[in-house]
Design a protein around this ligand. Structure first.
Ligand SMILES: *[C@@H]1O[C@H](CO)[C@@H](O)[C@H](O)[C@H]1NC(C)=O
Ligand SMILES: *[C@@H]1O[C@H](CO)[C@@H](O)[C@H](O)[C@H]1NC(C)=O
Ligand SMILES: *[C@@H]1O[C@H](CO)[C@@H](O)[C@H](O)[C@H]1NC(C)=O
Length: 514
């Protein structure tokens, strides 16, 4: 009797044991279904990590079909927004993402590696601001999003992962910190980008209860209790408002359990706010003494003058900073220490100014203040960097436009203030020089110019191949620099043969310089 029970127990244990082993060896990646699930993970949850910001950005660039396919509005294979081919390393234990069988027609692409200038300049300011302003903190570049797409149609993803790169791991991701994002969660993050009238919803008693409308119940905000909702409005919103401009970002950080108080402490230090401000009652001020009382984040940007020079634009600079001889200084990159030019703000909370610095990739604006004081053993004028803006992107963060019917795309960008065009040719499109034999790219000052009124042109076959050592890329890049200045409204058009255009760009797409 005793022995039978013992054997049965033993069998059961063995069964359990083997089950556990199977579970571990197939390294099942946990799936996250809703914003509540995000609360239990570390991904991007504290300064200076950018993961949740990247997730918000990514959700804004996908369309989820009825069949739960994830359609991307960009092409990761073409390296749009800094996506890069990702191959899981072989013979590594605890591999985060499974190797993909060659017969499967699937490949991985990852995004978010801000340490690379080519990548960080292509993502929007709210995703990269923590990176620029965290002084080489090693945690400012660990978060990644990986998509698994159809090799034959890279704009369709069937899996989305959030993960962390392993320090010194040569592209390895941490298995323990890799999660799959369900399309339902992606949809929720999308819904947060839509405004919601919380007060009205609260009054109508919609909060805190499941309603039968599918679209409504997808909105995680409607599942909050009244206390949680009030906490978001009174506490979280107040702290995040001058850090992240978009309400959808603030909602996501709030619902995902981001360390908002920790972030706000850093905000106060950066902007020299007084310490008791967070508890002070009252509405945000339109004429704030300090950043913490303001309504919007500070912006400092580089745009184009009408003739290819850098234009500095700023807004939202609080009084306490302006009082300290605030200036915007411009550097050729975020690592450069030689000043290109500067503008003394003289009390102007917002404004813009042209410069004589030719526009080029990577230009970096910074907000500084001067003060008299002692330091490094002498008395004199000292400057401190208050805020670092984002670097200028030569293509103005506009992805290439597909030339319909061909595996080729065109992109307008600038080098030293001149209008340039880049052709992306898919490697498999080997006879493109024959197909595009008589094709040319024309540069126009405006979308209204007639085809024959180009300023400059070049035959497509005479574009020069850009050197790029990376073997993993699927597109070859050919480029041409015109002698025309870049500026708002400038357009590049791809024309199939001289005088008989077969294809017109639309000005709202990439050809037109914003
Ligand atoms: C992942 O988790 C396992 C089990 O909890 C642990 O043994 C392993 O060291 C962890 N790996 C890393 C990279 O932290
Ligand atoms: C649910 O949807 C119906 C019709 O689409 C609408 O009339 C109704 O007001 C919605 N319910 C709620 C709680 O909003
Ligand atoms: C683009 O390339 C893919 C494979 O490389 C091919 O299947 C497809 O037909 C091509 N599309 C066009 C329009 O040539």
């Amino acid at each position: 009797m005793f022995s039978t029970v013992f054997i049965m127990e033993c069998r059961r244990l063995l069964w359990c044991f083997s089950f556990l082993v199977i579970g571990a060896s197939s390294s099942a990646i946990q799936m996250l279904f809703n914003t509540e699930d995000l609360k239990n993970i570390e991904f991007g949850h504290e300064y200076p990590r950018h993961g949740l910001l990247l997730l918000h950005w990514f959700a804004g660039h996908v369309f989820i079909s009825e069949t739960e396919d994830i359609q991307l509005d960009f092409n990761p294979e073409r390296r749009d927004y800094g996506f890069r081919y990702y191959k899981p390393p072989q013979n590594v234990q605890n591999m985060a993402l499974p190797q993909l069988d060659a017969s499967l027609d699937r490949v991985y692409y990852s995004v978010g590696s801000l340490g690379s200038e080519d990548i960080r300049t292509q993502l929007p300011p709210y995703v990269t601001q923590e990176f620029y302003n965290s002084n080489d903190n090693p945690r400012n570049d660990v978060d990644r999003i990986v998509v698994r797409v159809h090799k034959s149609n890279p704009t369709i993803a069937d899996k989305v992962y959030v993960t962390e790169s392993v320090k010194g791991g040569a592209g390895r991701f941490d298995l323990n910190k890799t999660y799959e994002i369900s399309s339902k969660l992606l949809k929720q993050v999308q819904i947060l980008q839509k405004p919601i009238d919380v007060l009205q919803a609260l009054a109508s008693g919609m909060f805190g209860q499941l309603d039968s409308n599918a679209t409504l119940s997808d909105d995680p905000r409607l599942k909050l209790s009244k206390e949680e909702l009030l906490n978001h409005l009174k506490h979280n919103e107040k702290r995040l408002k001058t850090i992240f401009e978009q309400p959808g970002v603030r909602w996501l950080l709030s619902l995902a359990g981001y360390d908002i108080d920790g972030r706000y402490e850093i905000h106060k230090q950066i902007w020299l706010c007084s310490t008791d401000e967070s508890d002070r009652p009252g509405e945000p001020s339109s004429d704030p003494k300090t950043m913490c009382e303001g309504q919007n984040p500070v912006k400092i940007e580089v745009k184009s003058t009408s003739d290819g020079y850098a234009k500095l634009i700023w807004s939202g600079i609080p009084k306490n900073i302006l009082q300290q001889e605030a200036s915007i200084v411009l550097f050729s990159s975020d690592t450069a220490s030689v000043l290109e030019t500067f503008e003394i703000l003289s009390g102007r909370e917002s404004g813009s100014t042209g410069t004589f610095v030719a526009l080029s990739n990577g230009l970096h604006p910074r907000l500084i203040t001067y003060s008299f004081g002692t330091g490094h053993g002498f008395i004199g004028l000292h400057y401190s960097v208050i805020w670092r803006g984002m670097q200028f992107d030569a293509a103005n963060r506009v992805i290439p436009t597909e030339i319909s019917g061909y595996n080729a795309s065109l992109q307008l960008y600038t080098v030293q203030g001149y209008a340039c065009a880049r052709l992306y040719i898919k490697k498999s499109f080997t006879d493109w020089k024959d197909v595009f034999q008589n094709s040319w790219v024309g540069f126009y000052t405006s979308e209204k110019d007639a085809v024959k009124n180009y300023q400059y042109y070049q035959w497509v076959t005479k574009f020069e191949e850009a050197d790029d050592e990376d073997e993993t890329k699927e597109y070859l890049i050919y480029q041409y620099q015109s002698s025309m200045s870049i500026g708002p409204g400038v357009q590049a058009r791809f024309l199939f043969s001289r005088g008989t255009p077969g294809y017109f760009s639309r000005c709202d797409v990439s050809f037109c310089w914003p």
